[in-house]
Ligand binder design. Structure first.
Ligand code: CDP
Length: 232
């Protein structure tokens, strides 16, 4: 059956800016927003709290089925605990990409991700939104940037806007290294690897601002809507 609720799928590698772009597009359109990466982060955190190893596929799959996750006003809750900042640590970022390789975990999160598809529409960001979870998405965007640009963005991310940068030090090198590792793991895993599907539009943000990227996505979406009107 055709699902009439529109989805915009935005997939891409770490620190490409897809989360920020996806949220702004959702805001502009009044659509719901799914941060699918947060779900994998939550599985990694919950596993750590319960002493389940990130390579224990069966136990992680069972755990992922039972999680009580809530997103409220930009905050993330696991049961009654607010875990918004906890899930963004570098350690949990690594854990998320490790637990995400297991089909048991991905299957357990599939229905939960589908449940975010509510009227008037959804913007979903992740790695496999267009290729696996919302294959019928109205618009699929593959949002990327060079690994150096992404490392620089991630490096600058936690620092306040009034902080003066004194050049990129060892910390930047570590971030670049982690990103390269995660790119390889996400792109080469057997289940749902990060790929650009033939029907996805490429958006390279290396030389674009966030606003330009948002504008690009909205334009592409309008083109898709217009095309439908013409063909009916
Ligand atoms: O912010 P960043 O792009 O680094 O990460 P994220 O989008 O929060 O995703 C964290 C990890 O979850 C990624 O490294 C992926 O391995 C995994 N992930 C996935 O496998 N499938 C998704 N749809 C989203 C995230």
């Amino acid at each position: 059956m055709v699902n009439a609720i529109q989805v915009i799928a935005i997939d891409g590698p770490s620190a490409s800016g897809k989360g920020t772009v996806a949220q702004l597009v959702a805001e502009k359109l009044g659509f719901h927003y799914l941060d699918s990466g947060a779900l994998y982060r939550i599985v990694a955190l919950a596993a750590q709290q319960k002493n389940i190893a990130w390579d224990n596929a069966e136990a992680l799959g069972e755990l992922a089925k039972k999680l009580n996750i809530n997103f409220k006003n930009g905050e993330i809750f696991l049961g009654n605990d607010r875990i918004t900042e906890l899930v963004r640590s570098e350690e949990i970022s690594r854990g998320a990409s490790e637990v995400a390789i297991h089909p048991q975990v991905r299957n357990a999160l599939f229905d939960l991700q589908q449940s975010f598809r509510k009227a008037p529409g959804l913007v979903a960001d992740g790695r496999d939104m267009g290729s696996v979870v919302f294959t019928d998405a109205k618009l699929k965007i593959f949002l990327t940037a060079s690994v150096e640009v992404r490392a620089e963005r991630r490096y600058k991310q936690p620092i306040g806007k009034n902080t003066i940068h004194k050049g990129l030090g060892a910390n930047y090198a570590q971030i670049l290294h982690d990103l390269q590792l995660r790119d390889t793991r996400d792109g080469q895993r057997r289940t749902s690897p990060l790929i650009q599907t033939p029907d996805a539009v490429l958006l390279d943000t290396s030389n674009r601002t966030i606003d330009e990227a948002v504008e690009f996505v909205l334009n592409e979406y309008n083109k898709k809507l217009h095309k439908n009107v013409l063909s009916h």
